[in-house]
Design a binder for this molecule. Structure first.
Ligand code: ADP
Ligand code: ZN
Length: 594
């Protein structure tokens, strides 16, 4: 007894299609929109690029939808959104009296009151406001007491009385929380919304994955039994690496290799069918890259050094002491890809809506796990494989215990910050556990890929293929030898040079390894120093096993003073150990210079 229910009202999906041209909701979108439209408080905890904006826009646009008030921390971002909405959705909406504007922006500094007048006439569907606009009280009424409210708030209250407001959305809601990395006092004050506009559903949106920040948001905004939408924080397309700093010039070389790599690889792949490598590949190409430094001084220094290496036109800098105009210019040049590389402090953050950032490098550790994850998350938003890499030293972490950034925090949140710094340090120095798994565990998520993502530096190093054949410990015994051969400057090494390099000793004849690899080798040797496998005899034995197992090719060469053996990686070893680390820094060079 099935009956077809016919209805004349527009479905949400039809509204989606009409205004955005998308034929389907992404997982979770429709549920959140429905909950909000039913008057329920909602939390949208989705990673960047998931489509959070739709969650507060669609309820206003849908048939009979009431106005959405959207609070957002960045004026430039709101202005961009307003323009985009009016140019797309606005043109589709039936403009009343020739007016197609459906969105507008209101800030507390605005002198022109026309827009505000029109807001209260009900001319707009989506109204973006700064947090200050909500909480600004011009007389000395004192903030937060429900008896005093700003003029703007009073006008909102009268709109509410006319049943004109459907939703209040708080974008970047983590700014509310002291525990977050971007705390803003003006956001904390948004707590008044619930008291002064009771009954209007609130939607809190953020990409933060930190549990206590999420709880803080819900508590501060006084949400009642909110519908909570979450998605995984995992970013499978990020190839994660962490390395110790060596010295400024080696680190600079490393950075150049990283920002050069991805573009060339992509281009190379594109040309692979044609079988011919274009001449342009011989020249270095730079991919959109963000390099984070801890201080302005470091930004200036690194910018200078990089400009010297790859050209002034290719490197921009961005930090808090630049004029707003200069920062805007740098941002624009980066967004338009006119300038590929930006060296920045954490001031370069929110609102970077560039999908094709291929590389994010931390020159020096960031402060916390949360900050780190937020920043590496700016890479690869288009879903294409992207490299994220941290260069750290132990000092990087200890300096964050100072109070230069923790001023004004409560004791409790200071401790949380310090714990997170410590966690990041453990993460950075870890050489075996999968990095992506560690990140997910930090955010209390179980990795769907098991214990190894297969693409981070640790997973690549720890691959266990064929180790059993050799009856050797792959990580500590086999890989050091294979990696040393792989990164030998000439492609082959004598026994002495090989063993010395594996043990982290410098050859008398100068470096026998590619400079990029020296850092790994020294790191590795240090790590093995306390194991009993550090003697020359031992590695000669390992080399012997590798030759017998056909992983290493032995060749006798003759010179003026007699003959000796040199060793190189066999094709079998390349196939089995090095096939899928194509984007690691080490192989990059080989791919560019076949
Ligand atoms: P967030 O705010 O979560 O970072 P956005 O709201 O900016 O993400 O959305 C990211 C991109 O995804 C935008 O280009 C948006 O138009 C697109 N998008 C959102 N929802 C859908 C959908 N249902 N189908 C296709 N694309 C969508
Ligand atoms: Zn991994």
């Amino acid at each position: 007894t099935s009956q077809t229910k016919t209805t004349t009202t527009t479905t949400l999906k039809e509204t989606l299609e009409k205004y955005y041209g998308y034929s389907n909701f992404r997982p979770g979108q429709e549920e959140v929109i429905k909950a909000a439209m039913e008057g329920r408080d909602t939390c949208v905890f989705w990673s960047t690029g998931s489509g959070k904006s739709l969650a507060y826009q669609l309820p206003a646009l849908h048939e009979g939808g009431k106005m959405s008030i959207v609070v957002s921390p960045l004026i430039s971002l709101m202005q961009d959104q307003v323009t985009a909405l009016n140019n797309t959705v606005g043109n589709i909406a039936d403009g009343s009296g020739g007016n197609n504007d459906i969105a507008c922006f209101l800030g507390s500094g605005q002198t022109d009151t026309t827009v505000e007048e029109r807001v209260f006439r009900g001319d707009y569907k989506i109204v973006f406001v700064t947090p200050e606009k909500i909480s600004f009280v011009s007389d000395d009424g004192g903030f937060g007491s429900s008896s005093s409210s700003s003029v703007f708030m009073q006008r909102l209250q009268s709109l509410k009385a006319m049943n004109k407001i459907g939703l209040i959305a708080i974008d970047e809601a983590h700014c509310i929380s002291q525990w977050g990395h971007d705390f803003r006092v003006s956001y904390k004050k948004l707590a008044v919304l619930r008291d002064q506009l009771p009954g209007i559903p609130i939607m809190a949106l953020t990409a933060t994955a930190v549990k206590h920040v999420r709880e803080d948001i819900s508590k501060t905004l006084k949400l009642s039994n909110p519908y909570i939408a979450t998605n995984s924080v995992d970013r499978p397309n990020l190839r994660i690496q962490c390395h110790r700093k060596v010295d400024f010039s080696s680190d600079l070389n490393y950075i150049v290799s990283q920002i050069t790599a991805a573009a060339s690889i992509q281009e190379k792949q594109q040309h692979q069918q044609k079988r011919a490598l274009p001449a342009s590949l011989a020249k270095p190409k730079y991919d959109s890259s963000i390099i984070y430094c801890a201080t302005i001084k470091e930004v200036v220094q690194l910018t200078g050094a990089l400009q010297h290496r790859i050209g002034v036109e290719n490197v921009a800098m961005y930090h808090g002491s630049m004029t707003p105009q200069d920062r805007h210019d740098a941002h624009m040049r980066f967004l338009s890809s006119e300038c590929k590389v930006v060296v920045a402090t954490t001031a370069f953050g929110m609102g970077i809506d560039k999908a094709d950032v291929r590389t994010v490098i931390h020159m020096g550790a960031p402060k916390t796990m949360e900050e780190y994850y937020q920043q590496i998350g700016r890479a690869g938003r288009d879903g294409i494989a992207s490299n994220v890499s941290m260069l750290f030293s132990d000092n990087d972490f200890s300096k964050f215990s100072g109070d230069f950034y923790t001023k004004g925090l409560t004791k409790e949140s200071l401790q949380t910050q310090l714990n997170s710094t410590e966690k990041l340090k453990q993460y950075a120095i870890e050489r075996e556990k999968c990095r992506r798994a560690m990140i997910l565990e930090h955010f209390e998520e179980t990795p769907l890929f098991g214990s190894q993502c297969g693409t981070c530096d640790n997973c690549i190093r720890c691959k266990t293929i064929k180790a059993d054949d050799l009856q050797r410990n792959l990580l500590n015994e086999v890989m050091p030898v294979l990696l040393t051969l792989k990164h030998s400057a000439k492609g082959s090494l004598s026994t002495t040079d090989l063993v010395d390099a594996v043990l982290g000793k410098n050859s008398k004849k100068g470096s026998v390894l590619n400079h990029q690899w020296q850092r790994f080798q020294i790191d590795e040797a240090k790590k093995r120093a306390d194991k009993n496998s550090t003697n020359q005899h031992f590695y000669k034995e390992v080399l012997g096993s590798l030759v017998r197992a056909n992983y290493v090719t032995e060749k006798n060469v003759k010179g003026a003073y007699g003959s000796w053996n040199v060793y190189s990686l066999s094709p079998k070893a390349r196939m089995e150990f090095f096939v899928d680390d194509s984007l690691s820094p080490a192989t990059t060079k080989e791919m560019i210079l076949p």
